[in-house]
Design a protein around this ligand. Structure first.
Ligand SMILES: NC(=O)c1ccc[n+]([C@@H]2O[C@H](COP(=O)([O-])OP(=O)(O)OC[C@H]3O[C@@H](n4cnc5c(N)ncnc54)[C@H](OP(=O)(O)O)[C@@H]3O)[C@@H](O)[C@H]2O)c1
Length: 293
């Protein structure tokens, strides 16, 4: 089989490449930059890129499209980069959905816990009302909706607080930069669950193999605040500085984040056999992989 892997060098795309390579699955990696010989260079936020995606899916006899690409800078999406966020997270998803539908190719796509307002107080399920509180959330929700109304052979996985190897940044890498100053402030009023890209790949592949199309939530077992998450990472790395609990409002960031956005993986667990790790175990596995603990 052959997979078109869009966003192949981001965090999730990197886990997919590792998975495809170790399982002998043929894939075409897509990026905005030529990263290796086989990279197909496409900027999906560019309206004219659709014909390129269409041609490669048709001519290379692609059996599955996996879209790991996204515009994920939540604060910039709130202000000056809203347009590029919209074109990447919404418009491009609509184009890719139409291409997949017209060529009869299943599509796996990813969304976020930021489609919720964070006021529910206990884990969100797939049927819960979506009310994004920031523009990033709006763009991701629009992408989901375009997909849902366009092509039934899709799997859309909402995931939270993603971390993994590859890609440019994630919360842990940002935290370690802040920690260089000896004191870090992290919010206590943002609660969700950090989710490892390897778990996301495993869940996606199992759903695909079963032909279990539709919308699913996936997050690590348990939940934590950003503060607890940061404390765990810094303790594991034997950091000796000071970590201070803060409220979101202290940081005065352009984009609001949901205060509580833990998503419930029950539907997924009732569909495929999967051991979803507790968040601390998942983070620890990543720290071992990335920082050689
Ligand atoms: N990161 C999180 O905390 C988080 C939380 C919830 C949900 N999610 C969702 O999970 C999925 C995977 O996220 P991730 O953390 O793996 O993302 P990531 O590390 O930021 O990678 C995203 C990739 O998208 C590609 N990309 C961005 N704009 C593009 C464009 N215009 N054309 C083509 N490619 C483009 C980039 O690849 P190149 O630079 O190589 O072009 C980048 O490597 C996304 O749908 C994301 O929204 C992420």
């Amino acid at each position: 089989m052959k997979v078109l892997l869009i966003g192949a060098y981001g965090q999730l795309g990197t886990s997919f490449r590792k998975f495809f390579e170790s399982n002998g699955i043929d894939y075409i990696p897509v990026s905005r930059i030529k990263r290796e010989n086989k990279t197909l260079v496409i900027d999906i936020s560019d309206v004219s890129s659709c014909s390129k995606v269409y041609e490669v899916v048709r001519d290379s006899k692609v059996d599955l499209v996996v879209n790991c690409s996204a515009y994920n800078n939540v604060d910039k999406a709130e202000v000056d980069e809203y347009k590029v966020a919209w074109f990447t997270n919404a418009y491009a998803v609509s184009s890719i959905s139409v291409i997949c539908r017209d060529l009869g190719v299943p599509l796996i796509h990813y969304s976020t816990d930021y489609v919720f307002d964070g006021n529910k107080g206990y884990p969100y399920v797939e049927e819960d009302k979506t009310i994004p509180v920031c523009r990033y959330g709006i763009t991701k929700l629009c992408g989901e909706e375009f997909l849902r109304y366009t092509w039934e052979k899709h799997i859309c996985l909402r995931v939270s607080w993603v971390f993994g190897k590859g890609g440019e940044t994630n919360f842990i890498r940002k935290l370690l930069k802040w920690a260089e100053g000896g004191v870090v402030r992290v919010s206590i009023d943002e609660v969700s669950s950090p989710t490892y890209t390897d778990t996301i790949v495993e869940a996606s592949w199992k759903l695909y193999k079963l032909g279990a199309f539709g919308l699913y939530h996936l997050s690590s077992e348990g939940e934590c605040s950003r503060y607890e998450y940061a404390k765990f990472v810094l303790e594991k790395l034997n950091w000796r500085g000071e970590i201070i609990e803060s409220e979101q409002s202290f940081f005065n960031l352009p984009a609001r984040r949901p205060k509580y956005s833990k998503i419930d993986s029950s539907k997924l667990k009732n569909t495929v056999k999967i051991d979803i790790p507790y968040w601390k175990d998942a983070v620890y596995s990543y720290l071992r992989e990335e920082y050689g603990l």
